[in-house]
Design a protein around this ligand. Sequence first.
Ligand code: ZN
Length: 237
Amino acid sequence: MLATLQQATRVAVITGAGMSAESGVPTFRGAGGLWRSYRPEDLATPQAFARDPQTVWEWYRWRQRLIAAASPNAGHTALAALQIVRPGWRVLTQNVDGLHQRAGNPGVLEMHGSIWRTRCVSCRRPGPTDPALDEETAPLPRCVCAALMRPDVVWFGEALDADVLAAAWTVVENAEAVIVVGTSAVVYPVAALPRAARARNVPLIEINVEDTPLTGSVTHVIRATAATALPALASQL
Ligand code: ZN
C-alpha cells in the first residue's frame, strides 16, 4: 500500500463525519445529535424548511456555533500539508463544516455543500455567509428576489449539485488510489465512488475505527482514527 501511495500522483481522498469527530464536531445523527427534541431527519429537509424556516435556521446557527468553536485536527492538517508536495491529492468531502479549508487544503470538493454558504430557495442565487451566526433569533436572511435564503447544503431527499458530483467523478476516475476516511460510504451517490474505483482495480484504502459496509471490498484497512492515521501515513510518503 505504501509503495502504491508513494508512486501515485493522483489520489482521491473521500472524507466523512469520522474525519471531523476528533475536532469535536458532532455527527448530528443518532441520539447524540438531537437538538431540542428534533432529529436531523426532521429538520434537514426541504419540507421542514418550507414549513418552519425559523426553526431550521436556529438549528443551523446552533451547528455553526459548534463548528466555529471546533478546530481542524491533525488529520485535516496532515492532508493539507501533504497536498503542498502532492498537488494531485484531492479531497472530496461529505462534511459541510469547512474544516479541510480551515486547515489550508485547497480545491476541496464539498459534495454535500457548506454550512457556511447560503443560497436562495427560489432563484438559487448564492448569498453571503450567514451574517447572523451569533443571533439565534435574528431575522431570516433574504435574497434580493425577496425569497428566503437557505443553508447551501444537501438535505435529505435532495440531489447533489450536478457540477460538484461530475467533478468528484472525474477525480475518482483519474485516481491511481482512493482513500476513504471516516465514512461508512453507504449513501448514494457518494457510495458509488469508491466502488467504481474498485471495479477498475484501483487500490482502495479505508481509514475507519470500525468495520463499514465498504470494508469487505477494500484492498487495505487502517483501523484508526483520521487524526492518528493520516499524519502517520503522510510521514511515510
Ligand atoms: Zn432569489
